[in-house]
Design a protein around this ligand. Structure first.
Ligand code: SAH
Length: 402
């Protein structure tokens, strides 16, 4: 039987639970479901009806996750088939053509999951290799079709899968990593960003290999680094360090706890032909390093704090807030008069307002007065759908202190 003709399993919502979904928020939690007609399998496309039996949406079923259904479409006539995925992929790629100068940027996020109407699908492009990450049972079911479509649409022949993330366990999906299409060479991939080159390890690197979401913010750092003594905390493979060097920084201290990240940062310095004497790479815990710098009376003109996600879930917000406050307080104390702090949080559970409060508290305790000269967010290729505010995770401030 063709996908178009068969009967779909129906999920009925409890009364009073259609409001959020009618505003096109794409998640239906298990608690909103009154019952089923039929028994859906993992990732199966289901028909969602309200308590009056009216059509609400098409979605994919995740038997293990609290997010039981992820919505694909709010149009009753829209079939969830190969053409549907092709349309969504084309829309997402067309958006990138609008917002990024693809002559200058060869690596970017091509598909940003829910915000591109494809819940659970992340696709990043690194030069001529695509890295795909499957985070939902629904996308898992369509994974081969999507891989074929990506090849057809982009002309890219090498697709690597990085479905090796913990959240897949919540979906009841196995960890998977390896070639999905073609044969991706073992070598590091060289990408270009803001007239800089970076080596990316798509196999072992964080996320899909690189923090593509900071591209525009690295540009901001480049623009304000001239002649500055810079401290790049949580430097990873040197994204902000290289941006500061490009911008003419006088010196840079880069700290990260990962030996492999720092070693790749050193290679990145080399391939761009920068003077390695300008950079002091330190493998250490940032919480410890900042205290050492304070005890030695060291000072900087520009400090960047780009820590990992301190609050992976909502119940860790309080502990995370203390972590953010600690590093921001120490950083404020290490700044010269007139210095700048660029501070980020990539925890989705901490919204910009709360983050501002934490940073303000840190400044107060450090005894400094600051002004927000710029607000920063994840890059344009990591869009936030209007109906999915949860998609905003990365926020930051440039703070000029007195
Ligand atoms: N700024 C980077 C991305 C930072 S990601 C860029 O633009 O590419 C966060 C980094 O923090 C990772 O490299 C991780 O190794 C490092 N890290 C995590 N916890 C740390 C800690 N306590 N001290 C130092 N580094 C840490």
């Amino acid at each position: 039987m063709s996908e178009e003709k068969r009967d779909f399993i129906t999920i009925t919502l409890k009364s009073g639970h259609r409001k959020s979904i009618m505003r096109h928020h794409p998640w239906i939690f298990s608690g909103a479901i009154a019952g089923f007609i039929g028994k859906p399998t993992s990732g199966e496309t289901v028909l969602v009806r309200d308590s009056f039996g009216e059509f609400v949406a098409w979605g994919s079923y995740s038997p293990k996750s609290k997010i039981r259904v992820r919505v694909y479409s709010w149009h009753e006539g829209e079939m969830i088939n190969r053409n549907f995925f092709e349309r969504r992929l084309l829309k997402a790629i067309d958006y990138r053509k609008q917002v990024i100068d693809l002559k200058k940027v060869n690596s970017y996020r091509m598909i940003n999951a829910e915000s591109d109407g494809l819940p659970g699908l992340v696709v990043d492009k690194y030069d001529n290799v695509i890295v795909m990450q499957v985070l939902s049972a629904g996308i898992e079911k369509w994974r081969e079709v999507i891989a074929d479509l990506l090849m057809k649409i982009t002309g890219v022949t090498n697709i690597f899968e990085r479905s090796d993330v913990e959240v897949r366990k919540l979906e009841g999906l196995p960890i998977r990593k390896g070639n999905l299409r073609g044969n991706v060479p073992e070598d590091l991939i060289k990408i270009e960003e803001n007239d800089l080159m970076f080596l990316v390890d798509i196999r072992e690197g964080h996320k899909t290999g690189f923090y593509l979401d900071q591209r525009e913010n690295r540009r901001t750092v480049q623009d304000i680094s001239f002649g500055k003594h810079v401290l790049d905390c949580f430097s990873y493979t040197g994204g902000f360090t290289l941006a500061a060097l490009k911008g003419g920084a006088a010196s840079i201290t880069a700290v990260d706890s990962s030996t492999s990240a720092i070693s790749l940062a050193k290679q990145n310095l080399q391939i761009n032909g920068f003077d390695s004497n300008k950079v002091n790479f330190i493998v250490d815990d940032v919480f410890t390093s900042l205290r050492k710098f304070r005890d030695r009376g060291m000072k900087f003109d520009l400090i960047i704090l780009d820590p990992p996600k301190f609050a992976p879930t909502i119940n860790l917000v309080e502990r995370a807030s203390r972590g953010y406050k600690d590093i921001n307080l120490l950083a404020f104390k290490l700044l010269n008069q007139g210095g700048k702090l660029i501070t980020f949080s990539c925890s989705g559970a901490i919204d910009p307002e709360l983050f501002q409060k934490i940073v303000a508290g840190a400044a107060l305790d450090a005894g400094v007065n600051g002004r927000i000269s710029k607000r920063l967010f994840q890059g344009v290729d990591h869009p936030v759908s209007l109906s999915f505010p949860d998609g905003l995770y990365l926020k930051g401030f440039v703070i000029n202190i007195d």
